[in-house]
Design a protein. Structure first.
Lengths: 290, 800
């Protein structure tokens, strides 16, 4: 299980990396944690002429709170984020999601930004970013731009980043007010990709839902927001009728795939189960934060 | 069927000297090198001028090989080397040695010749000094092979269709065996029954998944005509014999070494085709050749196990008494009836072991096997018995539910009492001794069964579904001539150990049982230490090298404690006698009056007269005056003995109880507690026994909940990485407790029984029964493994 030949580049600055990338954007790939890329290379499921290892570039490993954002650098490891107190206090849904991702040996190397850019449809982090909102900061020789979460995930393993761009950090929005969250998933084993998962962020005003984002993952090419349910829940409280309606909206919105781990029927059914549970937990969390 | 009194041929002296070591929780002496990462496996071995071999494997399930164009390889014959099935045409094919008249044979060429029969079958081998380049070459050669694709035969049902493609057209069928054998008045049993119950059960296909994949390094030294093969094998001597036969080399010129072996579990028994190809290439090149299997390759092409269709019909009285059972056991042999024990390895062993700890007086067993386009089925811990035990224990629970009898009471009613043993089962298995009811009771006591039932009722009121699953087992062990005959696949057996004390009074053991993680270097040292009255630190155990170990069959089928223990005990007893003879002369005392304790030999009643083992051994070697004037057979000045043992079958037993809670909205099964009661007779090292239980139970849980080798309708394997083939991890280990009962075997030396497999035999049914019990309010029935969340929601009708 050895990869096909490739050229290995180890730039020390982002400009060097961008220069190498600019020479052959389509035939190059960036290596950060390598926890998905390296197995794909070794299985020869992916072949690139140039592998650009960005691990020696300084200034990409940070966790910062900036006004209404949690900012995480492109080389910050998942383990460090999972065990960071600022993250735990200000964006607990992220800490919680990370507890479901892989095992320590993997999270010691794997990065948050790398997972977002890999855009596996069954991965947790793209769903968290979609639910809480935020943006990716990407850089190319032409300059820096940001891509909002809702515009970032195009399809399975495909994002809005151009081949000549490097993602340098992710900025998660930090919710204010009376807000709560929940994270639910079913996986075959601890640490596996989800068969189906749900991330919910909810804000309350005067005991009614003023804002809610319901994201289901593992059911489509990208994390799915259930916008019908979100709209209908605004101004509502949770009761049997509103929960049943939300579950019906979930079922109507999804046409999940079959695979060897679960059927489409399973995913659709359990997405509804998890949305019901997740809404109640997010409400409980919001109430306890009030 | 019968109480047995004199059916077993017993050795004259079955005693074993038991002192401070046997039965003690001795730390394993081999662990420092495992835990520090300094143990050396095949992949750690390199030789000068070595080339790396990579197999080119078929991407198709079923196809003719039209052509292979080696000329595409740059440097062919200079830096790049490639060989095909045509090149190896003269090497005899691998074939099983099971002697059943109606069993059809399907010889397997080590590299496919003319035809491929499963995706992943080795078609060619390439070699290069650089492993990376070797893989590039393999990819290149793979693209230069032309196939003529045939219709696939993806499963047993497809295999038996009248228009099915034939894997082996020369035998005219895909079904290599089907026979029915009847014991007792089975029709009468069904006539006399109040009711009958049926189970149609598909046991999943899964595999050993050892942490170390397969690997072979071969070196042929032309000046000496000497072939040395390092292989991750459980049977070095046997592999040496096979290689010698297939490659036409004199046996004394073939040395096989099993260095550290990172798990075998039966998969590394007998002969992988790759274990013939790699030495053959070494012979052609005159250079060392190493092949290390990668994980994807392993999941594609290492042998599979456990898949069976088990169909049961059970005649019962309304009080739960079982009158008779008809069982049909159908194996899916994969592409070849493999050399380990043919495609019958699963169904034949399943049928014979099926009665388990129960009194079964009428039994009809049908055994069948078909070939399909999958990697072949071979041995894996609990061969045949896992599916058999699962089906039996599941149907017992179904009958209990149907008759409204407690599942524990249902078992007790049909279970053999300890005083009925020895007992010859209706299939001819002679259960030497056991504690069937005692182990069931002990397991249920451990969980406070009545309290669990009360709590279960209370939780159901809250919409929570907990369950208890019971699985009782009898485990055939001590695989020698006797065990293999009773298992239904007779094979001769031969094993030995040599115990030698050197002039320094220290002991080296060479043994034919070959450890691969079991802790033989500790447990056999314990036996020798007690036999000789010395410390285990003064004993070294050598195994796994045909040059340093006497001939024998290695380690599989829970044989090594019984056989290794007995051969070491008997050889150590000889050496003790030799030591005491010399010491007697030194002390001018009768050897019968001497004691050995902690390495000190003294005269009974006169403790001041003593010598160390070192002093006595030194004298034995160097003091010519002590030698017997007329040396007889056992009167050599040498302190050494080699002893043979071919044991009678012994049968361990036990009970596994699992407590679960099932989320009926998501189908997720949570294991709250696993209680294991095991009885393997005399225990040499309880810590090693616990470790065997832990590992076997986890493999059984993996089979029940996670592991499944899936092929699509075209015969393409879909589980080719550990993302898709799900093995249980340490994170998924439930609370597990192991309790011991100790009923020594009246047949074996020292009363030792084997015990490596019971956990995997019994755990799947315990999990399944716990899930079915939790879901009883929904009328759920277990029809197939694994019990994935999807499967569970289907069982209770939440999804259709």
């Amino acid at each position: 299980m050895k990869p096909a030949p490739f050229a290995y580049h180890v730039p020390n600055t982002i400009d060097e990396a961008l220069a190498i990338l600019g020479n052959d954007p389509d035939g190059s790939r960036l290596l950060a944690g390598g926890q998905s890329l390296v197995p794909m290379l070794n299985l020869r499921l992916a072949n690139f002429d140039n592998l650009i290892d960005i691990n020696h570039i300084s200034g990409l490993d940070h966790i910062r709170i900036e006004s209404d954002s949690l900012v995480i650098g492109a080389l910050t490891r998942q383990y460090d984020v999972a065990h960071n107190d600022d993250v735990r206090n200000r964006l607990p849904v992220l800490s919680n999601a990370l507890a479901h991702i892989a095992h320590t040996a993997i999270s010691n190397r794997g990065t948050i930004v790398g997972s977002l850019c890999h855009a596996d449809p069954a991965a947790e982090l793209p769903a968290v970013l979609t639910a809480v909102g935020g943006e990716l900061v990407v850089q190319s020789a032409a300059g820096t731009r940001t891509i909002r979460a809702n515009d970032f995930f195009n399809s399975s393993f495909t994002t809005a980043i151009n081949p000549n761009e490097v993602a340098t950090e992710v900025r998660f929005d930090l919710a204010g007010g009376t807000s709560g969250w929940s994270f639910e998933e079913v996986a075959r084993r601890h640490g596996d990709f989800a068969l189906v998962g749900v991330v919910i962020q909810m804000t309350l005003e005067k005991n009614a839902i003023s804002d809610v984002r319901i994201v289901v993952f593992g059911v489509a090419a990208t994390p799915q927001r259930i916008t019908d349910a979100e709209k209908r829940l605004i101004g509502q409280t949770l009761n049997d009728a509103t929960l049943d309606q939300a579950v019906a909206d979930v079922a109507a919105a999804l046409s999940p795939p079959d695979d060897i781990h679960a059927t489409a029927q399973y995913r659709r059914h359990v997405a509804g189960v998890l949305v019901r549970r997740g809404l109640l937990r997010a409400l409980e969390d919001a109430n306890s934060s009030a | 069927m019968d109480k047995v009194t004199s059916a077993v041929r017993l050795p004259k002296d079955r005693s074993i000297r038991k002192g401070k070591w046997i039965g003690a929780r001795v730390q394993r002496v081999e662990d420092p090198r495992f835990l520090t990462g300094s143990a050396k496996y095949v992949a750690d071995l390199t030789l000068p001028r070595m080339v790396h071999a990579v197999f080119v494997r078929s991407p198709h399930a079923h196809a003719y090989i039209v052509s292979i164009d080696k000329s595409v390889l740059p440097g062919l014959g200079k830096t790049a080397f490639a060989f095909t099935g045509e090149d190896m045409r003269e090497v005899p094919a691998l074939i099983d040695v099971v002697t059943l008249e109606t069993l059809l044979k399907t010889p397997q060429h080590s590299l496919a010749l003319g035809k491929v029969r499963f995706a992943g079958e080795a078609v060619a081998i390439v070699a290069h000094a650089d492993r990376y380049i070797a893989e590039d070459l393999a990819e290149l050669l793979g693209q230069a092979i032309e196939y003529d694709i045939l219709d696939p035969v993806p499963d047993v049902a497809a295999a038996s269709k009248t228009d099915a493609a034939l894997l082996h057209p020369d035998i005219g069928t895909n079904e290599v065996y089907r026979e029915t054998e009847t014991h007792g008045d089975i029709d009468g049993a069904f006539k006399a029954a109040d009711q009958s119950f049926s189970l149609r059960f598909h046991h999943n296909r899964y595999e050993a998944a050892p942490m170390e994949t397969r690997g072979v390094l071969a070196n042929y030294e032309r000046p000496d005509s000497q072939l040395t093969v390092w292989s991750s094998t459980q049977m070095p001597h046997f592999l040496g014999s096979i290689i010698s036969g297939k490659l036409g080399l004199p046996a004394q010129r073939v040395r096989v070494i099993a260095p550290e072996v990172g798990g075998g579990f039966g998969q590394k028994m007998c002969t992988s085709p790759e274990e013939i190809v790699v030495p053959w290439v070494a012979l052609q090149l005159g250079r060392p050749v190493r092949w290390i299997e990668d994980r994807r390759e392993h999941l594609l092409s290492a042998t599979h196990a456990k898949e069976q269709y088990v169909n049961l019909d059970v005649a019962v009285k309304n009080d739960g008494k079982i009158l008779g059972i008809k069982g049909e056991f159908i194996g899916d042999g994969g592409g070849y009836s493999f050399n380990t024990e043919s495609a019958l390895i699963e169904p034949a062993l399943a049928a014979k072991a099926f009665p388990g700890p129960y009194r079964l007086e009428c039994y009809e067993e049908t055994v069948a096997a078909s070939l399909t386009n999958k990697s072949p089925a071979a041995a894996y811990r609990g061969v045949g018995w896992t599916a058999s035990n699962a089906a039996r224990e599941i149907v017992i629970d179904e009958i209990a539910r149907g008759l409204d009898i407690d599942p524990a009471d249902m078992r007790r009613m049909n279970m053999l009492d300890a005083d009925e043993l020895p007992y010859k089962s209706i299939t001819g298995q002679i259960y030497d001794s056991g504690s069937y009811k005692e182990s069931l009771d002990k397991a249920l006591d451990a969980i406070d069964y009545p309290a669990f039932r009360a709590e279960q009722q209370r939780l159901r009121g809250e919409g929570r579904y907990t369950g208890v699953g019971i699985s009782c087992y009898v485990e055939q062990t001590a695989w020698g001539s006797d065990s293999s005959a009773q298992a239904g696949t007779p094979l001769p057996s031969h094993d030995n150990s040599t115990v030698t004390m050197d002039p320094g009074g220290k002991v080296t053991i060479g043994t034919s049982v070959s450890g691969h993680g079991q802790g033989h270097e500790t447990s056999l040292a314990q036996v020798a230490a007690d036999g000789l009255g010395i410390d285990i630190a003064d004993v070294r155990v050598l195994h796994g090298d045909t040059l340093t170990s006497p001939y024998g069959l290695g380690t599989y089928a829970s044989r090594s404690a019984v056989i290794g223990g007995a051969t070491v005990a008997r050889a150590a007893a000889d050496v003790r006698e030799q030591v005491l003879r010399v010491a007697g002369k030194l002390f001018e005392a009768s050897p019968e009056d001497l004691l050995i304790e902690d390495g000190i030999i003294s005269v009974a009643g006169a403790p001041s007269l003593s010598k160390t083992m070192e002093e006595v051994a030194f004298a034995a070697y160097w003091d010519g005056g002590l030698r017997d004037e007329e040396p007889g057979e056992n009167h050599q000045p040498l302190l050494s003995s080699t002893r043979f043992y071919d044991p009678p079958a012994t049968y361990s037993n036990g009970c596994v109880v699992v407590l679960t809670e099932v989320d009926t909205d998501t189908g997720v099964v949570k294991l709250d507690r696993v209680v294991v009661v095991e009885d393997c007779g005399t225990v040499i090292n309880p810590m090693i026994v616990d470790g065997q239980v832990h590992g076997a139970i986890m493999q059984g849980i993996g089979g029940a909940l996670l592991e499944h080798l899936i092929y699509d309708a075209d015969g393409q394997p879909l589980t080719t990485t550990y993302m898709d083939y799900l093995v249980p991890t340490a994170m998924g280990m439930p609370n597990m407790e192991v309790h011991h009962l100790e009923t020594p075997s009246p047949f074996s030396i020292g009363g030792i029984k084997g015990m490596g497999e019971g956990g995997q035999v019994a755990a799947p049914a315990a999990v399944a029964n716990a899930v079915a019990d939790a879901l009883a309010p929904f009328g759920a029935r277990i029809t197939h493994f694994p019990l994935s969340p999807d499967n569970v929601l289907r069982m209770i009708g939440k999804i259709a």
